[in-house]
Design a binder for this molecule. Structure first.
Ligand code: GLN
Length: 523
């Protein structure tokens, strides 16, 4: 799939040597409309079905001189396109051209000031004297054969090097991290001025290419099925399918009984009526809730929901009869690029591929072929795409919601009345967040129902009821997160509304734990 995008858009190939920042190189390039694709450093160049406009060798945790260190396929030089080595990538270029790499006396981690020696170097236009970010322990101990120094820093005499006659560059620092203040300009200089890549990677262009690609793939008669959840990814993927093949795409919303308040009705209205997606809503709430009865263990709850979902989906899908009388052939999946990166990034010999439990099961049982139109996209690109496809702003910018839904926000046993309490409290909380204009400042917010009772007093009567915990986090990537600093008046208002309006709640608390050590969800 990625190959086809790379055939249409000028592409910079990022070969990943395992750095934790590799995917950021791809991101930064796309931010100025250049398509970039990351592949593991072990990629054989002869096996590529497209030709990159330039190649970037990423950083990595290994040392080029150690046994078993990963090395680039030398055919990359025969491509005759510009090459940029970053940190390990530069050390790799040096290793290939004279082996002058060894452990430095001390590690260099943190900021340094870039001092450009070759003032006319296209790579460094507009970046001289800027702050660059270092993270290395190995060093070049001499110039690689055929190279010259084009930049230095206080600690690195070989902070930037380039080949005397070919467009091959190496830099010791990491331009892809935001701590390198002008790093983005440097990457743009490389891609645009040196590689001459066109800046045409826009979501407008992607829509056209992707619709055409889906049509070719599915053909004139086959039909496609996909699950929708009310979330951004599945909605955008479904809308794109509908644009491509109309009602030969069937969307299925399984109401598992642990969705948010009025969710099924909202999805029907927005996706079905509003966006014209061929949608079937199946109410399986009783089936899910009866299976969850008596189960308090979070992992068991997740498994039950996952398995029941597969079961219900298969059963309901079998009721859909394609017009050509054949079976449904494809399953739509809203996989995003970060999941793809996770599965292809270079992790050495112990590389593991993550598979999605639900999809794997469905593909096997139903003999379906997978179709993943968002596979090349980052989340912000998906949102932009969603806006262009006319999906309502509120849906496009919705907070993420976990697959097992409210079942993992009702701690302990999940019963219909517990779900209702959690659902009502959550609804009030989110409503107040929106009213206060805070929804888009928060990455994720929700209410949890705790399995404890607490004494209270209401109207002179003793009460003995449950506790709601509120959570709201700020984060850019969900890997680490901090709790959101609400004004006290806001918390006061929410707490008072929840206790007054939701039967069964006597007390409200606010979760002030960051991630790590806590996770975003409570279960
Ligand atoms: N492992 C190499 C070093 O320590 C490269 C580090 C990197 O690419 N960030 O120098």
């Amino acid at each position: 799939m990625a190959e086809e995008v790379s055939k249409v858009f000028d592409t910079i190939l990022v070969l990943d040597f395992g750095s934790q920042y590799s995917h950021l190189i791809t991101r930064r390039l796309r931010e100025f409309n250049i398509y970039a694709e990351m592949l593991p450093c072990t990629q054989k160049i002869s096996e590529l079905s497209w030709k990159p406009k330039g190649v970037i060798l990423s950083g990595g945790p290994y040392s080029v001189y150690e046994d078993g260190a990963p090395h680039v396929d030398h055919d990359v030089f025969a491509l005759d396109v510009p090459i940029l080595g970053i940190c390990y990538g530069m050390q790799e270029l040096a290793w290939i051209n004279g082996k002058q790499v060894a452990r430095g006396e001390k590690r260099e981690y943190g900021p340094a000031t870039l001092n450009v020696v070759d003032k006319v170097s296209p790579l460094f236009q507009g970046v001289d004297h800027s702050r660059v970010w270092m993270s290395h322990g190995d060093k070049l101990h001499g110039l690689p054969t055929g190279f010259k120094v084009i930049a230095t820093s206080d600690n690195s005499p070989y902070c930037g090097i380039s080949h005397e006659s070919k467009p091959i560059y190496g830099i010791q620092f990491h331009p892809e991290v935001t701590h390198s203040t002008h790093g983005k300009i440097l990457l743009k200089n490389f891609a645009v001025d040196l590689c001459h890549a066109q800046q045409n990677w826009t979501m407008e262009n992607f829509i056209d290419t992707e619709i055409q690609r889906i049509r070719n793939l599915v053909g004139p008669t086959a039909e496609v099925i996909g699950a929708v959840s009310g979330g951004v990814d599945s909605t955008v993927a479904s809308k794109l399918m509908t644009e491509a093949i109309g009602d030969r795409f069937h969307a299925l919303l399984v109401d598992n009984g642990v969705l948010r308040l009025n969710e099924a009705a909202m999805v029907k209205e927005t996706l079905g009526d509003g966006l014209g997606i061929n949608l079937t809503v199946v109410d399986a709430s009783e089936e899910f809730l009866s299976k969850l009865k008596g189960v308090a263990d979070p992992e068991k709850k997740r498994k039950i929901i996952g398995n029941t979902f597969i079961h219900v989906f298969e059963r309901e899908a079998a009721k859909i009869k394609p017009r050509d009388g054949k079976d449904i052939e494809f399953l739509l999946q809203g996989t995003l690029y970060p999941d793809v990166i996770e599965s292809i990034s270079f992790k050495g010999p112990s590389q593991t591929i993550k598979t999605h439990h639900n999809v794997g099961g469905l593909l096997e049982d139903m003999k379906l072929k997978l179709i993943e139109p968002l596979r090349e996209l980052f989340k912000d690109e998906v949102r932009h795409l969603g806006e262009l496809l006319g999906i309502p702003h509120d849906l496009v910018w919705r907070h993420p919601f976990p697959g097992p839904g409210i079942a993992i926000r009702v701690l302990g046993e999940v019963t219909p009345s517990q779900v209702q309490i959690a659902r009502m409290a959550d609804h009030i909380y989110i409503e107040e967040i929106k009213r206060a204009g805070l929804y888009h400042k928060i990455a994720q917010a929700f209410a949890c129902l705790l399995p404890v009772k607490s004494v209270g007093v209401m109207g002179d009567q003793r009460t003995y009821e449950q506790v709601i915990a509120l959570r709201a986090i700020e984060t850019s990537d969900f890997m680490t997160a901090d709790w959101f600093p609400f004004e006290h008046d806001f918390l006061k208002r929410v707490a008072s509304r929840i206790v007054n309006e939701v039967d069964g709640v006597a007390r409200v608390t606010y979760d002030i734990t960051s991630k790590p050590p806590a996770t975003v969800e409570w279960e």
